[in-house]
Design a protein around this ligand. Structure first.
Ligand SMILES: Cc1cc2nc3c(=O)[nH]c(=O)nc-3n(C[C@H](O)[C@H](O)[C@H](O)COP(=O)(O)O)c2cc1C
Length: 210
């Protein structure tokens, strides 16, 4: 059993990393593997070439920034945790690039993520937490994933690296999310032979014009 996390911060060992460490401790205690990807700020945006969708390759044509490795790991994972700092009231730019490409490559068309466990967290100095949290959840919400929550919304406060550690309540939210995600991954894993998830099928895309 494995949960893959994407840290959308360009900053090494920043606040988002600290939150993911709290998650990791809980996930590891439950005997579930936890792998964090931090693609940084050098990731490219989606070029809207639609090659991934049209070919069904499950790969992006842009191969030099590590995003395909993240996509592959997400496809193989039992759970996915999206974590990003709040930038200008929303998801950090690099994270948005990764999410756009994951969604088009492996979520649209033949959805690779249906019934995987999903969770989200964001870090912020002051404002934009709810918007960002909802944006992160929105990707998984559109991919038929099993969303797992904590006991409060996943927005944890801190500006300089390490400041989130002073947000005691926020760090507890992160830890509890990790514990709940690990539990759900194990529940679904243990029942997959007796009660497998329902099959998924492509959406009928109507584009609102016909
Ligand atoms: C370009 C930029 C934009 C930011 N915008 C916001 C914002 O809109 N709201 C907010 O509360 N904090 C904002 N912040 C602060 C970060 O969200 C905060 O420092 C966060 O903890 C950084 O996480 P990290 O250490 O994992 O990179 C911004 C920081 C940067 C660098």
């Amino acid at each position: 059993m494995k949960i893959v996390a994407i840290n959308g911060s360009p900053r090494k060992n920043g606040n988002t990393a600290q939150c993911l460490e709290a998650v990791r401790r809980e996930v590891a205690a439950a005997g579930v593997e936890f792998q964090v990807f931090q693609p940084g700020s050098a990731v490219h945006p989606c070029m809207a070439c639609y090659h991934c969708l049209n070919s069904g390759s499950l790969q992006c044509v842009q191969t030099d920034d590590g995003v395909n490795e993240i996509i592959r790991a997400c496809i193989e994972a039992d759970g996915i945790l999206l974590a990003s700092p709040v930038y200008h009231g929303g998801i950090a730019g690099g994270m948005k690039c990764v999410m756009d490409r994951i969604m088009l490559t492996a979520g649209c068309g033949k959805n690779q993520f249906h019934h995987k466990v999903g969770g989200a967290l964001c870090t912020l100095r002051r404002s934009g937490g709810m918007e960002t949290y909802q944006q992160l959840l929105g990707l998984m919400d559109a991919m038929e994933m099993v969303l797992v929550t904590s006991d409060y919304w996943g927005a944890i406060h801190g500006a300089d690296p390490g400041e989130v550690l002073s947000d005691t309540e926020g760090m507890e939210v992160a830890a509890r999310l990790g514990r709940n995600m690990a539990w759900m991954v194990r529940v679904l894993g243990s029942s997959k032979d007796t009660l497998p998830p329902p099959e998924s099928f492509p959406r009928t895309m109507t584009n609102f014009i016909r």
